[in-house]
Design a protein around this ligand. Structure first.
Ligand SMILES: O=C[C@H](O)[C@H](O)[C@H](O)COP(=O)(O)O
Length: 231
């Protein structure tokens, strides 16, 4: 599939999710290339339909994109209860466990997910997998980087410090931390691994999301429309 075709199907999912937004809602705004299309469409609907929506961004990227789209943006502290969040994922398994953080935004995304009544996860079909098996992003306090690497090795993972594409040295998250991408192969027990990673000294948050399956609906963009997966 060409890069443009892939963006087109991401747009299908993002736009379909944005149609679920209703007047008066507080909406969590995800990060990444798929959530981007939802943000654009919400902005269009605010202009065309006069919707009143407050957006709670999950990153500097989504805050900037939301403002550019004409969405009023507020802090999670102001709106700790969110009606609906639209966000992407790097992988979704059959039980709706997720791996997130390909854009290093998973800590704020997890906070917003926790605060949300409903979550629409927008993906292209390549993100669906029976089991989680892509590397897990783990946000780490820089001071503890070497300590965390050793702890991840002890858990059976191989960690690689994420480095910038247009920056020399480590990627720095919106929270001022490093990210390790940690390969555990196929993850047999996502909830157990999530708990173990989050408990490591020096770790802020890992990108495994297992707590939200009950409130997640997955929209899969496809060339001929959008497929909805529910549990
Ligand atoms: O940190 C970034 C987020 O978790 C994204 O939602 C995830 O990486 C998916 O991004 P995309 O929609 O660009 O594939």
């Amino acid at each position: 599939m060409s890069k443009q075709d892939n963006l087109d199907i991401k747009r299908v999912a993002g736009v379909a999710a944005a149609e679920e937004v209703q007047d008066g809602m507080v909406v969590g705004l995800g990060t990444g290339s798929t959530a981007h299309y939802a943000i654009l469409r919400i902005g269009e609907r605010i202009r065309a339909e006069g919707l009143s929506v407050v957006g709670i961004p999950t990153s500097y990227q989504s805050a900037m994109r939301a403002r550019a789209a004409g969405i009023r943006v507020a802090d999670l502290a102001d709106y700790p209860e969110i009606d609906l969040t639209i966000d992407g994922a790097d992988q979704v398994d059959a039980a709706f466990n997720l791996i997130k953080g390909g854009g290093a935004a998973h800590t704020r995304e997890k906070c917003v997910a926790m605060a949300s009544k409903r979550i629409i996860t927008v993906v292209d079909p390549s993100k669906l997998s029976e089991h989680l098996n892509v590397p897990v992003p783990v946000e780490v306090v820089p001071y503890a980087a070497t300590l965390v690497e050793k702890q991840i090795e002890a858990l059976g993972g191989r960690s690689v410090l994420r480095e910038g594409v247009k920056k020399d040295g480590p990627v720095i998250t919106d929270n001022g931390n490093f990210v390790f991408d940690c390969d555990f192969g196929t993850i047999a027990d996502p909830a157990g691994l999530e708990a173990r990673l989050n408990a490591l000294t020096g770790v802020l948050t890992c990108g495994i999301f297992t707590e939200f399956a009950e409130k997640i609906c997955v929209l899969v963009g496809e060339s001929k429309g959008c497929r909805t997966l529910t549990r």
